[in-house]
Design a protein around this ligand. Structure first.
Ligand SMILES: [Zn+2]
Length: 606
């Protein structure tokens, strides 16, 4: 009862100003442990009293890590089939997103990316410097990108003003920002040896750190950086206090010293399917990259120490961060480097955690009508394999073992966080590696599946990247190696989840004084979710621009993702609430499917 009331009472479109305090947890969910929100900030978090357990309204528990409360957990008592839990946690921070704006809005754009994020309980995304066009590789280009983000924000506010009555349904791609946005600047060969330019880039609005590729990025104006170039820049970033994120795969020909390595990847493999794609990018590519990066980082840190510079590793935000770890073989290297005290962190992505098996891709329900009674008789189609193409690749032969090891590494803190690496494109690029031609419109797509040969060439050219932003939260939750039986187990796992999805990525992005925890003075960003309920992966519930590109949309029958996000709050404002919770009230108001406002361009902590 409490939850329905809570959500319907709080149903506020972001066009309304919340300038008064809202004691919502206090009143409806957590009588003894309450969160007071004022002006978009968490004003107070009252400590838990033992009376919580005895209240008739709901059982409540709050778990604290240090002084910061990393999550507040609420469970309702009773009900048939045992207790049905609902969790209020800090909004997620996705540190690895390619939103493609400006310049490639047809691939995604900030409006749909931020709406999908909000629907997935994510209140902050940090956008990669490439795939927007031009790539953000100079201070000037970063300023232009920040301006593009601002433009989307303003557009959202204007659309919401015009739409005051809430009658018009906003179209995808025309809304504003439904979550906060930060930017990674691009480290490329042309700026790697230019400390002044790197400092100017880091000073640009919205910039939280840098990203470089050690292998070709697939984007023409974002050149790969050598390890030597990255090392030169690391010394600068250490002084600036800027994190450096690396796509850590190294082709044999790009290795520093030509030691004997397995040359599987060197053969001119004909890439026709997921298996040959994986064989063309063997695990050794990741191992080689991490080995060389760790060695470079060690040299940079010891050189700074020799110069008797102050030790920046403990207080500064400088670190090297390995993006999307997929190969378990790199885990011992990361663990060893961390044990030595090197400022190194690492992430993995939900698609490496075992739910996507490239040898048997999930099937998509053709009929998305959820009211269909014959669940098992719904026609299903196997997803095009190119939807699972990404780099590093998914590996069928080792996926079960590898994903288990990656999960253990998360539990042990060898891996710090989970990010979506949301890398969208158009349906034509994802399937065939080309942009849609005009003739395709006339022929209504019939040309697209001409014959098997063409499909195989298409696979080689198809864009590599997984579209999963909206499902980061339920995917990670559902990848757990254990199913929590008791509320206590569930709570313990939820606390870890919020660390991987909220506090750890906030720290990476230099936002840990404001984001990633339910703590006084922090932004009032919350995700309200039900751990035991199926996540909404329906086409109707998808906010991405190209839902058909996501290997998760419509595949609920096969994947059964748990952890349903029911509401998301950004600075105290509701930016998403699920259909069922809103019910009729939402339909009356309309226009809420893409709230499209409230988000801002972020500045890092002072
Ligand atoms: Zn990426």
């Amino acid at each position: 009862m409490g939850n329905v009331f809570f959500l319907s009472f709080l149903w506020l479109d972001c066009r309304l100003n919340l300038d008064t305090s809202h004691f919502f947890f206090d009143l409806f969910l957590l009588p003894p442990s309450s969160v007071v929100v004022s002006n978009g900030k968490i004003a107070r978090v009252h400590p838990l009293s033992p009376a919580a357990a005895s209240t008739n309204l709901a059982g409540a528990a709050a778990l604290a890590t240090g002084r910061k409360r990393s999550a507040i957990l609420v469970f309702e008592k009773g009900g048939e089939g045992g207790s049905r839990s609902i969790i209020v946690g800090p909004g997620a921070v996705d540190a690895h997103v390619h939103a493609n704006e400006p310049g490639r809005e047809k691939w995604e754009g900030l409006a749909s990316a931020s709406a999908a994020a909000a629907a997935g309980g994510i209140t902050t995304i940090v956008d990669m410097p490439l795939n927007s066009a031009p790539a953000a590789t100079s201070a000037e280009l970063l300023r232009a990108k920040a301006e593009a983000v601002e433009k989307v924000r303003r557009r959202g506010e204007e659309v919401n003003k015009e739409d005051e009555g809430g009658k018009e349904k906003k179209e995808k791609g025309v809304g504003g920002l439904s979550c906060d946005v930060g930017l990674w600047g691009g480290l490329v060969p042309s700026n790697a040896h230019n400390p002044q330019e790197l400092a100017r880039m880091f000073a640009a609005r919205g910039v939280l750190g840098f990203k470089a590729f050690l292998s070709p990025s697939g984007i023409g104006d974002f050149e790969r950086t050598s390890v030597a170039e990255a090392e030169a820049a690391m010394a600068v970033f250490q002084e600036l206090g800027a994190p450096l994120l690396l796509h850590a795969e190294l082709l044999p020909e790009h290795r520093e010293n030509n030691r004997d390595i397995k040359e599987e990847g060197k053969e001119a493999l004909e890439i026709t399917d997921l298996q040959s794609w994986a064989a063309s990018r063997p695990e050794e590519m990741e191992v080689a990259a991490v080995e060389e990066v760790v060695a470079a980082l060690a040299r940079v840190v010891s050189a700074a120490a020799e110069k008797e510079k102050k030790n920046t590793s403990s207080s500064s935000s400088f670190r090297v961060h390995i993006a999307h770890v997929a190969a378990p073989a790199v885990l011992p290297l990361i663990a060893e480097a961390k044990a030595k005290g090197l400022p190194l962190s690492a992430e993995t992505c939900p698609h490496y955690l075992g739910l996507l098996d490239p040898s048997s891709p999930p099937r998509r329900d053709e009929d998305d009508d959820e009211s269909s009674e014959k669940e098992d008789k719904k026609p299903k189609t196997i997803l095009p394999p190119s939807l699972l193409k990404c780099a590093p690749p998914l590996r069928a032969d080792v996926s079960a073992v590898a994903s288990k090891k990656l999960w253990e590494a998360l539990e042990e803190g060898v891996l710090d966080l989970v990010a979506s690496d949301h890398s969208p494109t158009t349906p034509e690029m994802k399937r065939h590696g080309r942009e849609k031609k005009k003739e395709d419109d006339d022929e209504d797509g019939s040309e697209s599946d001409k014959n098997q040969n063409q499909n195989q060439t298409s696979f080689a050219k198809a864009w590599g990247g997984i579209s999963g932003l909206q499902f980061l939260h339920p995917l990670t939750w559902s990848s757990s190696r254990t199913t929590p039986d008791t509320i206590e187990e569930e709570n313990a796992l939820a606390i870890k989840l919020h660390r991987w999805l909220s506090s750890a990525p906030a720290a990476l992005a230099g936002l840990s004084k404001r984001k990633g925890a339910i703590s006084e003075g922090f932004d009032a960003d919350f995700v309200v979710w039900r751990p035991r309920e199926l996540a909404d992966v329906s086409v109707a519930g998808c906010r991405l621009r190209h839902c058909e590109n996501s290997p998760f949309v419509g595949t609920g029958g096969d994947l059964e993702l748990r952890g349903r996000v029911v509401a998301t709050f950004l600075r105290g404002q509701l930016v998403f609430s699920s259909e069922e919770e809103e019910g009729e009230e939402k339909k009356k108001l309309g226009g809420a499917r893409l709230s499209g406002c409230g988000g801002r361009l972020l500045e890092r902590d002072a």
